[in-house]
Write a protein that binds this ligand. Structure first.
Ligand SMILES: NC(=O)c1ccc[n+]([C@@H]2O[C@H](COP(=O)([O-])OP(=O)(O)OC[C@H]3O[C@@H](n4cnc5c(N)ncnc54)[C@H](O)[C@@H]3O)[C@@H](O)[C@H]2O)c1
Length: 460
């Protein structure tokens, strides 16, 4: 079959895999190839056991793989063969040198630019899909401008707004698709080419365009605003716990104001995931770089509140359980950073597990999708850890439960059965406010929600 467009994606991760699978699914006249330097990832994409868990992903990969969606390790030839290249490599926080613990580490990004330059034999459109500091496209253009002969590259910014756990529905029906380009003749032509792809399933009114710098910055700002909402409500949850106000009631009253809205107003143990923290730190670094210290401090406080929320949760466990956890069995229900994903990057569960182990507690971790990653995260940490997928088996014989991921499964557990199998007095620390606290209290649990009065059977 002759394909209308030949598209390559460099980086087969949580973004590259699902986003390209969606393009392949919606654009049968396009051939999409996804490459990665990690051969195990490519093997997994070609297997029955995909490297990323997302509801609905299996189905669309099954329909498209081998027809117009291909995963391969041959990066060089694929760069030669394709005309449109998405770059979706990781851009973690830098851990060394200038900007350590703040700035984005652009080494993978720059290597990719140089690879594209080295192996290209014809002109191409290069699209930033990774989240990048504003003005990164300029660096990419400078590298690519050294191409010999008539080869030209047009760089576009097309940040990905999907969220893990809902990636497939977000990709299928996004709030918007943003395309940043130069307002030059070739920039506009490249932009039109990308619009043509998305327009096959996304209404034109949702495909918005801007200059490249606005596009790059919008992604960082969108993540910063989402994280800021979480930290705002979490900061108020601390005040609720001191004043007998109830954070769910406050959030409901505040969120019904149409100027504020009710999304992202659920108090909990704090945000995790690979993006929020790194993108805010990246924003903080950019602000400092441009001498905007007050702005930098404002955004940095969002990360600080997130850390504070996790510290508070841990302190609450320790204080409520008579200031000693040594030898006690604590079951962590949920290790993924959010429901419906197996991703544990920056999950609050990592911090809580480490702290529990430091207190010499025995930690039993349960999760329907994230146990493999949990074992990698806690590898080498001293202490007694067990991994048990079945929540009923996991909690049996435990002194306390800490709910750290909002998996639906945990909402519907038989807490009477769980209570009967635990050591008494039994404790539940609900880090996501997802269970029926009053019911659990009446069963006999001592219940510690976030931002609500504790329900304890102890006098005083
Ligand atoms: N995960 C999310 O929910 C999400 C959402 C929106 C945007 N983003 C952004 O998208 C980017 C990718 O995120 P991710 O979660 O998919 O990361 P990831 O770590 O899951 O995937 C990145 C992949 O790129 C590969 N890679 C690195 N250098 C390479 C090279 N030179 N050639 C080929 N492959 C290379 C890595 O091996 C890895 O498999 C990041 O910038 C992230 O901030 C992520």
């Amino acid at each position: 079959m002759k394909f209308k467009k030949k598209i390559l994606c460099i980086g087969a991760g949580y973004v590259g895999g699902p986003s390209m699978a969606m393009i392949a699914y919606k654009c049968p006249d396009c051939r999409i190839t996804v490459v990665d330097t990690n051969p195990d990832r490519i093997d997994a994409w070609n297997s029955e056991d995909l490297p990323v868990y997302e509801p609905g992903l299996d189905k669309i990969v099954k329909i498209t793989r081998g027809k117009n969606l291909f995963f391969t390790k041959d990066i060089e030839n694929q760069i030669k063969e394709n005309d449109i290249i998405f770059v979706s490599v990781n851009t973690p926080t830098k851990t060394y040198g200038a900007g350590a613990d703040m700035a984005a580490d652009l080494q993978y990004w720059e290597k990719t630019a140089r690879q594209i330059l080295k192996h290209s034999r014809s002109s191409k459109i290069v699209i930033e899909k990774s989240t990048l500091p504003v003005k990164t496209a300029l660096a990419m253009e400078k590298i690519l401008a050294s191409a010999k002969g008539k080869i030209k590259f047009d760089v576009l910014s097309n940040p990905e707004f999907m969220a893990e756990g809902t990636a497939i529905s977000d990709l299928e029906n996004p709030d918007r698709v943003l395309i940043g380009s130069h307002e030059t003749k070739s920039g506009l032509k490249a932009r039109a080419e990308l619009i043509e792809i998305y327009a096959q399933w996304i209404p034109l009114r949702k495909i918005i365009t801007s200059n490249i710098w606005s596009s790059e910055l919008s992604k960082l700002v969108a993540n910063a605003f989402l994280a800021q909402r979480v930290s705002s409500i979490n900061s108020i949850s601390a005040l609720c716990e001191k004043t007998d106000a109830d954070i769910s009631e406050v959030a409901k009253a505040v969120g019904m104001d149409s100027r504020i809205g009710d999304k992202f107003l659920r108090a909990g143990i704090g945000f995790g995931g690979s993006c929020f923290k790194k993108d805010i730190l990246n924003l903080v670094y950019l602000c400092s770089y441009y001498g905007l210290q007050e702005v930098a401090a404002y955004w940095e406080s969002v990360v600080k509140i997130n850390e504070y929320q996790q510290e508070r949760f841990m302190a609450n466990i320790l204080n409520s359980m008579f200031s000693t956890l040594a030898g006690k069995k604590i079951c962590i229900l949920g290790f993924a950073f959010k429901a419906d994903t197996g991703d544990t990057r920056e999950s609050p569960a990592i911090y809580i597990s480490q702290k529990l182990l430091a207190e010499h507690a025995e930690v039993i971790i349960s999760d329907p999708k994230a146990l493999k990653n949990a074992a990698i995260d806690l590898d080498g940490i001293k202490g007694n850890v067990k991994y048990i997928e079945d929540p009923y088996r996991a909690v049996a014989g435990c002194h306390a439960i800490a709910i750290l991921t909002d998996w639906n499964l945990y909402r519907n557990l038989d807490f009477q059965k769980i209570y009967n199998s635990m050591v008494k007095p039994a404790f539940i620390f609900d880090g996501r406010n997802i269970i029926d606290h009053k019911k659990c209290f009446s069963i006999g649990f001592n219940v510690y929600p976030i931002g609500k009065p504790a329900l304890s059977h102890f006098k005083n």
